[in-house]
Each structure stands twice: as C-alpha cells, then as structure tokens.
Ligand binder design. Structure first.
Ligand code: NAD
Length: 447
C-alpha cells in the first residue's frame, strides 16, 4: 500500500510500472467518435491543435495545501502513456479506412482531414463480429464468419495476440453502435455459464460481449462507450478480476447527461425541489439513425434515465424529489449530422413550494465532446493495468466521471454527481502516487 507523503510525484514504493514503449489501442467501431479521437490525437501529436476537453492532457491536480501552490499537470504527476506512443487499430463492419470513415462521419473539417490523410489512411479496420439482430439499422459487410460465438471470440483473441506482438501494452475501447436492450440473464451469471453460452450460440450474448470477453481473457482492459450491457454482468466482473483486466462503467457522459449531473447536484445541495425534467434531442449522425430504432433507443434511454434517481435520492428527500416526471426523447434529424441539439425543461420549486423553470439549450458537437473522453479512458485504464493496487479489483469506479452509467460493486449505489466523481478520480490518483488526499476540510488554514 502507498505511504502518505506531502505531495509531488513519488518514485519509491508505489510500484506502478512505467509507461514504457508503445500503447496499442484497439477500437471496436471506427465511426464518428473513434475517428475523431484518432484524428485528434494525430493532430495534437503534430502540434496542429490542442487536446481541449481531455483531463489527462490538460488537467492539473492540486497537491498539498492551497498555500503550497503545487498543481502539476496530471500527466506529469502520474505515469501516463505519451500520445506519441499510442498505436491505433480496430474493427468495423465497413471496410473504410479511418480517413474514409472520418470523411463519412463529417465531424472534422475536410481541410483538417486532408492534412492528416497519409496517417489516417494507414489504419484500416479488421473484420468485425456483428449480427443484425443486435443492431437492426446497420447492414455490415466486413464481418467475421465462425461456427459459433466461441469461434468468433477466439478470432478476436487471435487479432489481439497478433497486434500485441507489435506493441508493448494493449487496451480495448468500444466505440461501436448501441445494441438492443438486454438484461442480465442466467448466461451472464458466471464465467462458466458464459463460456457454455458462447459454445451454444446463446442469444443473450451480444457482439459487444464477444469483444469484451476476448479482451478480458487476454488480460486487456476494456472500456465501453455505448450503453450496451456488455461488461455489466457478474461473468465479466469475475473475469476482469481474475485476469487483472480493468473495466469501468458504460456510455460516454458527453452532452445532456453531463449537464444533468452538474445541475441536479446543485439543486440538491440547495434543497430545491424538482417536479419534472423533460429532455429532448435532435441528431443526424449514424448514431442517431441507430437510436431511431426502438430497441436500441431503449438501451440509451435506460442509461440516460439513471442519473437523476441516484443523485436526488427520493427515498431520503421525499418532499423534494418523490414524484419527478423524467422524460427523455431522441429524434433522428439528418440535416443536423453530428451537431446535436438538446433541450431541457426543468420544473423546480423553492421556498414554500413556489415553482420556477430552467431551460437549457445545448448546441453541442457529439463526437467533439466524446473523443477526449475516449482518449482519457484508454490512458487511465492503461494506468490502472500498470498499478498493482488497481489492476485486480475489476471495476474502476474512479472512472465514473466519464460515464453515464457508472459501474460499482454489487450492492453499492453508483455515484453520478460530476463533482464527487471528479474528486474521486483525483483522490485515486493522489492515493496511488502516495500523496495526501484532499478532503477540502481546510481548518488548518485557521490554526
Ligand atoms: N458521441 C457521443 O456524444 C456519444 C455519447 C455517448 C455514447 N456514445 C455512443 O458511442 C457509440 C459510437 O458513437 P458514434 O457517434 O461514433 O457512432 P457511429 O455510428 O458513427 O459509429 C459506430 C461504428 O460502430 C460500427 N459497429 C457497429 N457494430 C459493430 C460491431 N459489432 N463491431 C465493430 N464495429 C461495429 C459501425 O459500423 C460504426 O462505424 C454509440 O454507441 C453511441 O451511442 C456516443
């Protein structure tokens, strides 16, 4: 266990393995988010742009007292992989290389993409594990064939092993589409049941779970950018622990839910009540097209609904939050492409029950918000894998900061409040580096 000390990086005793050599990043689904992340990393490496939105690249961490004036960059405090050491590969159901896929996604300007073209063209996806039963709006052509799901998992494991020969460490991240709504079933309850299910082609095993299983079997950390069930099942938690392959929650927390998990804690902190929260969105990218299908929408809806219930704790504050009407709509509107627009109407009430309203209109860019989150998750999962105290605990709850549906230990409610999540993340970094935790008590300034 790390010993306490007064701030500043510690070299002895932490046993975090250094980030030496190449970090291989295997991206499942090379669509809008993935290509924006990959192109963005290359643009930053070439000094063409700044990594705005990335905590690992731009964030600082305070060490010691406020009067110490010691706030190094996070990437100088913890041993993270350098962007220059990242090597990307991945899978998609279309065979477009990353330049073509990024051009199709229309997130980044064509001038930007042209500058990066020679590099982006070198990354072509491997054939994917795909089945239309799980994503009904897509017709994939670039897909693996196998005699059963176990065979497909073995093919993904072979892809991982081949890539691993070319790099020093590997992390996998799902940036693929939202699958149909699935609930934990018997096949998900243990590794043995899951492996039997793979053999028998159990419909309870979705493609995202075949990738995740392959990653965890290979000891590779796995992040999930979509709301799919994937690793949120006992079998995967068990496998993650057994093979020291960290996992975290699911579904990048980018736009509307990001705002919800900022505002809801503010209302609660001031004991302001909420009658209703109506959220609607228009978006026109491929993600929007997939989410236009009711079963994929249901998966997203469940993920987006969770945060308020947990933050408001209506069982503790019935007078304020017992009967909130919370509604979420996502409408596919092609003219808008990736430039999503979200509206929230919040009906709140204050002193003596007097009603008030708050309206939010967030004109965001979906993948511009998601790309730095994907990058940070990859870098932090790689750090977790190199940190003895973290790598075998399975779920990395400290990464909840980035996710709409945080994952937590069985029986433990997830933390959705963005500022608690941020504090948890930074305190985890302080802890593994042996620095003092910051509680914000601050009485020492008045001694
Ligand atoms: N952009 C955001 O703000 C945001 C926020 C939260 C979650 N997400 C989620 O992230 C995911 C990616 O979003 P996007 O905007 O990049 O979508 P996208 O449709 O542009 O990209 C998804 C890609 O995944 C591929 N794919 C689908 N199934 C696959 C499989 N089984 N194997 C390999 N590839 C597969 C598709 O062909 C596509 O290229 C979606 O699930 C989305 O819901 C995005």
């Amino acid at each position: 266990m790390a010993t306490k000390r007064k701030g500043g990086p510690k070299t002895a005793g932490t046993k975090i393995e250094p980030a030496k050599g190449k970090l291989g990043v295997m991206v499942v689904g090379m669509g809008a988010v993935a290509t924006t992340m990959i192109a963005g990393v290359e643009a930053v490496r070439r000094g063409l742009a700044k990594p705005i939105g990335s905590l690992t690249q731009m964030g600082t961490i305070r060490l010691g007292k406020r009067t110490d004036n010691n706030s190094p960059l996070i990437k100088d405090f913890v041993p993270l992989a350098d962007l220059n050491d990242i090597v990307f590969t991945g899978w998609d159901i279309f065979d477009d290389n990353v330049y073509e896929a990024a051009a199709h996604a229309q997130v980044l300007k064509s001038e930007t993409l042209k500058q990066l073209k020679p590099y982006l063209e070198t990354i072509a996806p491997m054939p994917a594990v795909f089945n239309r039963y799980y994503v009904k709006r897509l017709h994939g052509t670039h897909v693996k064939k196998g005699k059963n799901k176990r065979d497909l998992a073995e093919q993904v494991r072979a892809d991982i092993r081949a890539f691993r020969k070319t790099v020093d460490r590997v992390v996998m991240i799902w940036c693929g589409s939202t699958e149909i709504f699935m609930q934990p079933a018997a096949v998900h309850q243990s590794i043995a049941a899951f492996e039997k299910g793979l053999e028998k082609n159990d419909p309870g095993i979705a493609p995202s779970q075949i990738y995740a299983y392959a990653a965890l079997k290979e000891g590779v950390p796995f992040a999930n950018g979509a709301p799919n069930l994937t690793v949120d099942i006992p079998a995967m938690v068990e496998l993650s622990k057994r093979n020291a392959a960290p996992i975290c929650g699911k579904d990048f927390k980018t736009g509307q839910t990001f705002m919800k998990t900022v505002l809801a804690p503010a209302f609660k902190a001031r004991m302001l009540g909420v009658h209703g929260w109506f959220s609607t969105n228009i978006l026109g990218n491929r993600d929007g097209e997939v989410l236009d299908e009711p079963q994929s929408f249901k998966t997203k809806e469940e993920s987006k609904l969770g945060s308020l219930e947990y933050i408001f704790q209506p069982e503790i504050y019935p007078d304020l939050y017992k009967d909130i009407y919370h509604k979420i709509r996502i409408n596919y509107y092609p003219p808008r492409g990736d430039e999503k627009e979200a509206w929230d109407n919040i009906d709140i009430f204050g002193w003596l029950g007097y009603p008030m309203q708050l309206k939010i209109n967030f004109l965001c860019r979906d993948s511009i918000l998601a790309a730095p989150i994907a990058l940070d998750l990859v870098l932090f999962l790689d750090l977790a894998k190199r940190t003895p105290e973290l790598r075998s605990i399975g779920i990395q709850e400290w990464l909840s900061f980035y996710l709409k549906s945080p994952q937590s230990a069985p029986g433990l409610y997830p933390e959705h409040d963005l500022f608690i999540q941020s504090m948890k993340l930074k305190n985890t970094l302080r802890h593994i580096m042996g620095a003092d935790l910051i509680t914000h008590l601050g009485l020492e300034y008045y001694d």
